[in-house]
Design a protein around this ligand. Structure first.
Ligand SMILES: [Fe+2]
Length: 545
């Protein structure tokens, strides 16, 4: 069965293609449209469909729209109720609902040849759940989904057994841990539904001084759900505008909300375990991108194993929706093969891009070794290899790399990317060396969804990747999955004694991650990066004729 999953309604619109139960391709529209998150999460943007990524997805599999057996749309308007009845302050929500109801016709118009009758609505949280439970390497799992909102709920707790989902609890709106975190994100001067990870980073600079004020309004209710009553944020810390300087009060507020979120999540996880008695927990929904909370769930929760969907935000519902429909039709759905499900180019295609741009380049005997040498000399390298990543993290395919041994490299990387200086950059590390250096968080951690304590003896050696609280959000690199990245790390260790490299996403301020060779050349051309390693080719700064 050929199923195209589509996430379109809120933001991070994306597609995924599942053929006979196997994940063939998945991509976010932002990588094609070059607009971060694809669109703003407002009702009047709900009509925008991921048409560019959908076209690519079909082309790459050699399919036409009429060849699809089903299109899974990750929102079911039949489950929604008017915003006012749900306690949501969203006067235009009915527009969003109208667009969802009309989606089959819109999709057929956008993909000529598609039968509108092939479009199936999948409940939003079921799509999230499938992106965890059906995409994980474990067969059966307890599953927990938390996000801002779906049709009428903000959460799902359940269990997957033999590919079938049993829903055990869901929390009706307006109660929403995701919306609570979005509210504080906005209060701190950041962009809601986008910059939540900045609040998590800021929390490390504060103390949870306002925890008592949050304990009653934000609480688990003992039945698998929770309440989030309104909080007067302004009484705790003054509201900030974009770019305003933050104070200790703001960091303490971030720390308090972060801590309370972790506590309530642990309550929900423990309740779920009481119901299922399972050993494996799978997580999805935007809240599951909170790697600090994930780490506490793994370290202090009752499950032996925790797996998080790398595209845990709404983009992942394209994949989950497609897997759900395929499984429902009896296809043997397999785990996702990795996060590198986007566009890729042959060496010959990459070389054509370089010759067309008249860029001087070389082809070293081993690109991994050449890059290791540049990094050892404290160069910054744009690393463009293989297929692009699905989800918000660069995992060694569209990455910006640097030496972790110099404290100034944190500032240097944040400057290249135009990011706030309080934000950390992360390390990639050879999987078999990870435990020597990084404690507490789970290993392997191939998708950067947990944080780890940096061993005291290593903090001085890799200062660029140690956050203010002594942690690092690692990507562990397995030789079998990522042979080229692993070789680069090995060659870097041979030169420096450090099996760790700074890895951040390849993009500049406010732009989506680089996806195609043109993006890579444009990014290299405009940012103070010393070299671009694109496929087997190396372009060096300062070699222009
Ligand atoms: Fe969602």
């Amino acid at each position: 069965m050929r199923v195209l999953g589509v996430n379109a309604l809120f933001h991070d619109h994306a597609v995924a293609l599942v053929v006979d139960g196997e994940v063939v391709a998945a991509a976010e529209e932002e990588r094609f449209s070059r607009r971060k998150h694809g669109k703003r999460p407002v009702p009047f943007a709900a009509w925008e469909l991921p048409e560019l990524s959908a076209r690519w997805c079909l082309e790459t599999a050699g399919l036409r729209p009429e060849d699809l057996d089903a299109v899974a749309y990750s929102f079911d308007p039949r489950l929604a109720r008017p915003a006012s009845e749900q306690g949501l302050d969203d006067p235009w929500d009915h527009l969003r609902l109208t667009y969802a109801e009309k989606a089959p016709g819109f999709l057929a118009a956008g993909m000529p040849g598609l039968d509108p009758g092939a479009v199936q609505f999948v409940p939003h949280h079921v799509a999230h759940a499938a992106s965890a439970g059906l995409a994980a390497p474990v067969r059966d799992s307890s599953v927990l989904v938390l996000d801002g909102r779906g049709e009428a709920v903000s959460h799902l707790a359940g269990r997957y057994a033999a590919g079938e989902l049993e829903v055990l609890a869901s929390q009706a709106l307006p109660h929403s841990l995701g919306l609570l975190y979005e509210d504080v994100t906005e209060h701190l001067g950041f962009l809601r539904s986008s910059d939540e990870y900045k609040v998590m980073a800021m929390a490390s600079y504060g103390q949870p001084r306002f925890l008592a004020e949050l304990t009653d309004p934000v609480r688990a209710t003992g039945d698998g759900g929770f309440h989030t009553d309104p909080v007067d944020w302004g009484s705790l810390a003054k509201r900030l505008g974009p770019g305003d300087d933050w104070t200790q009060d703001h960091a303490d507020l971030a720390a308090s909300v972060q801590r309370r979120l972790e506590e309530v999540l642990l309550d929900l996880v423990r309740w779920l375990h009481q119901q299922t008695g399972g050993t494996a927990l799978t997580l999805a929904g935007g809240v599951a991108l909170n790697c600090v909370a994930n780490t506490r769930i793994a370290a202090e929760g009752p499950f032996d194993q925790v797996w998080v969907q790398p595209a845990a935000g709404d983009a992942g519902t394209a994949l989950g929706g497609a897997l759900h429909v395929a499984a429902g039709a009896g296809d043997p759905v397999g785990p996702m093969p990795g996060a590198d499900l986007g566009r890729g180019w042959t060496d010959a295609e990459v070389e054509t891009w370089l010759t067309t741009a008249k860029v001087p380049y070389e082809r070293p005997a081993d690109i991994a070794d050449a890059v290791a040498e540049l990094l050892a000399d404290n160069g910054i390298v744009a690393w463009f290899q293989g297929r692009s990543e699905y989800g918000p993290r660069a995992l060694g395919h569209r990455s910006l790399l640097a030496h972790p041994g110099f404290p100034a490299n944190l500032e240097r990387m944040n400057d290249v990317k135009g990011r706030e200086q309080f934000r950390p950059v992360a390390p990639m590390v050879l999987a078999e060396r990870a435990r020597d250096i990084f404690g507490r968080g789970p290993v392997p951690s191939p998708y950067m969804l947990f944080v780890h304590d940096v061993a005291a003896s290593w903090r001085e050696r890799i200062p660029a990747v140690v956050h203010v609280d002594g942690t690092a959000r690692i990507q562990s690199v397995d030789r079998a999955d990522e042979p080229l990245v692993a070789r680069m790390l090995e060659r870097f260790e041979a030169r420096t004694g450090l099996p760790v490299v700074v890895n951040t996403s390849l993009n500049t301020a406010g732009r989506p991650m680089v996806d195609d060779p043109r993006d890579a050349l444009e990014c290299f051309g405009s940012a103070p990066v010393d070299a671009l390693a694109i496929g087997p080719f190396l372009v060096r700064r300062g070699q222009w004729p």
